[in-house]
Design a protein around this ligand. Structure first.
Ligand code: PEP
Length: 250
């Protein structure tokens, strides 16, 4: 099964549009359900609206969670709240959140809070830049080591990892990663998981790619890049392109 996860970020502006987008995503999820698991991650404000619209096989996720359950955290949401409005998944460690201050340790705590509420974390990891010496691998290794530090195999199995090189994400990206760059990193991640939990557990953790993935390049990320799915930003807001992407990977 290939994952297709849409990160809506801070869009759309109107709740009516969010309902339309949810319905369109639900139709795509239904059409490609045999081979694609489709998850949408709308802004938190639209989650309960989405919950009313969402019909299996479309699944919903959130975009962030507080790292502790203390009530005095203005502006944040707890894992319990997300669970209550139907979130089954939640993005953590996205580079846009890390840029606003979420450290590896904070991300690790977010993962814990989500697992306590039986929400699957979509853990984003990725390097800021690539370098000839391969230091970018250490950057990713540190993200992995911290996030998985206290996780037992059964907890680790609930996680979805999205490899998102920061330089490839969003409208400022100069290019997507190449399938070979993706492949190298996914092998590196799989090796980390395998050393820690054994091959059997490591194989159950989906490894996705994110960063300027689209209907044109997605197929080669699967065939040559070993990606088991995608976390997409811009394409998830355009149902026509999302449908073409789902078709390409189905
Ligand atoms: C993202 O923000 O997670 C992302 C992958 O964005 P985009 O697909 O727009 O590059």
């Amino acid at each position: 099964m290939i994952y297709l996860i849409g990160n809506w970020k801070m869009a759309p502006e109107k709740s009516l549009k969010a309902v339309e987008l949810t319905k369109a995503s639900a139709a795509i999820a239904k059409q490609y359900k045999k081979s694609v698991t489709t998850i949408i991650c709308p802004p938190a404000l639209f989650l309960s609206g989405a919950q009313k619209q969402v019909k299996v096989p479309l699944l919903i996720g959130a975009q962030g969670v507080a790292a502790s359950d203390a009530v005095a955290q203005t502006g944040l949401m707890s894992a319990a709240m997300l669970k209550d409005v139907g979130a089954q998944y939640c993005i953590v460690g996205h580079s846009e959140m890390r840029a606003r201050g979420d450290s590896n340790t904070y991300v690790k705590e977010q993962v814990m809070r989500l697992l306590e509420k039986k929400i699957s974390p979509i853990l984003c990891i990725g390097e800021q830049q690539r370098d000839e010496q391969g230091w970018y691998l250490s950057e990713v290794k540190e993200q992995l080591e911290t996030a998985f530090a206290d996780l037992a195999p059964l907890q680790a199995k609930k996680i979805i990892i999205a490899y998102e090189p920061v330089w490839a994400i969003g409208s400022k990206a100069t290019r997507a990663a190449t399938p070979m760059e993706c492949r190298e990193m996914l092998i590196f991640i799989r090796k980390f998981l395998s050393d820690r939990y054994g091959e059997k557990v490591a194989k159950t953790i989906p490894l996705l790619y994110g960063g300027s993935a689209d209907e044109f390049n997605a197929q080669t990320f699967i065939t040559d890049g070993e990606a088991q799915g995608f976390l997409v930003g811009r394409v998830s807001l355009d149902p026509k392109r999302l449908a073409l992407l789902a078709k390409a990977i189905s």
